[in-house]
Design a protein around this ligand. Structure first.
Ligand code: NAD
Length: 362
């Protein structure tokens, strides 16, 4: 099969981890006789320097003409000035908006060989395998009114947690469909004891559940979810939630895996269904780690696992995706580690060697 992909390596360690991810992608292509037609573009600081914008309209157009987009990371001290008219992160926002990405998927899988890499007890995190589905386009971050004003008694400000039933149904469907392909458990997270938008959320999710009788649905309050995530994270399979709650819970959940260098993510423009292709953007959850850039130190696994997610959700190549995940597990079981997941008695390797080891196991 032939696929057209846009690759945006970005800044800092972005290009280094992307090189290894592309190595893995091409090897999968050779093994399964797929051709990946790659188109490189600029995003973030490098795009500001060379094109005067964090993401040019030509690059967005290139993304739209692709089956999927792979992104490294953006940002760095050079572009940190808060007074600057444009920032590297503007490119990420333009991508989300320009590509109509509404569902952010962040899987957190703790590899058995890495249970000692986190701050939590091994017994708590052993077996963790969950996905947080976060709504990306609505809620507090975008709802109107959104303003600050001055009154005779001082300043006031308001943000609005606004959701329509269509927005809730669309993201809940992503949660149900994903749960169907996994352990068939969905936790819908809200704050229905206090918030009107959460009451609507709960009603819509409950109504939709009748279409998914095979999926076990739980409603969990966001505060309880935050506790359970570190107390009994293995309870969770798929979690679906609105934008702000998701922003916080995804960061909390990422700590279960020990290093940001291990975690991939996807942002989708449609509901993923098995065997169907859904357009999406795939990226590691980490940033550009400028202090590690150019030193062959960064862990490329998050980006390599993002390639696996892309094959699964945007190209409907499940077997190829699983092969990459298995290769990553094997290399970890054999004891190879980048600095961020290093332990006594293991073999430390750099970015390139880690990429080569995984490629060799495909
Ligand atoms: P960061 O994710 O870049 O780094 C946080 C910590 O994790 C650092 O200690 C870093 O060395 C380490 N780390 C990150 N990725 C790693 C990897 N693959 N392997 C090994 N170690 C890794 O976050 P930060 O330091 O807060 O931000 C650095 C820059 O990245 C900033 O300019 C920030 O705005 C930007 N950023 C970009 C994104 C993105 O592109 N999506 C996300 C977050 C931050």
């Amino acid at each position: 099969m032939q696929f057209r992909l846009t690759v945006l390596p970005g800044d800092g360690i972005g290009p280094e981890v992307m090189e290894e991810a592309i190595r893995v992608l091409h090897t999968v292509g050779e093994r399964f006789h797929h051709h990946f037609d790659l188109h490189n573009g600029l995003i973030g600081g490098i795009a500001i320097d060379r094109e005067g914008a964090a993401l040019s309209s030509e690059t967005i157009e290139m993304c739209r003409r692709s089956n999927a987009v792979l992104l490294g990371a953006v940002g760095g001290p050079k572009w940190d000035d808060p007074q600057a008219p444009v920032h590297p992160e503007d490119g990420l926002l333009s991508l989300r908006k320009g590509l109509k990405l509404f569902a952010n998927l962040r899987p957190v899988k703790v590899f058995p060989t890495l249970v000692n890499c986190t701050t939590l007890k091994p017994d708590v995190i052993r077996g963790v395998d969950l996905v947080v589905v976060r709504e990306l386009t609505g809620g507090l971050y975008f709802g109107k009114p959104k303003k600050q004003w001055t009154t005779a008694r001082g300043r006031k400000a308001v943000d609005s947690m606004l959701y329509s039933e269509q927005e809730i149904e669309r993201i809940a469907r992503v949660g149900f469909e994903l749960a169907r392909t996994r352990r068939k458990k969905l936790a819908s997270v809200d704050k229905a004891n206090v918030l009107q938008s959460s009451r609507l959320w709960r009603q819509v999710v409950t109504e939709l559940a009748s279409e998914y009788p095979d999926v076990h649905l739980d409603h969990v309050l966001v505060d309880a979810c935050a506790m359970r995530l570190i107390q009994r994270p293995t309870d969770f399979d798929v979690i679906v939630t609105e934008n702000t709650f998701g922003d916080i819970l995804t960061d909390e959940a990422s700590m279960l895996a020990g290093s940001m260098g291990m975690l991939p993510s996807a942002s989708l423009a449609g509901v993923p269904r098995s065997g169907k292709r859904t357009f999406g953007l795939y990226e590691p959850i980490h940033g550009s780690a400028p202090k590690r850039a150019g030193q062959d130190m960064a862990n490329p696994i998050a980006t390599i696992l993002s390639v696996a997610m892309m094959l699964r959700h945007s190209l409907a190549l499940e077997q190829e995706a699983s092969l990459i995940e298995t290769a990553v597990s094997r290399v970890l079981e054999e004891g190879y580690r980048t600095y961020d997941i290093m332990e006594d008695g293991k073999q430390r390797v750099g970015t390139k060697e880690m990429g080569e080891l995984i490629t060799a196991r495909l």
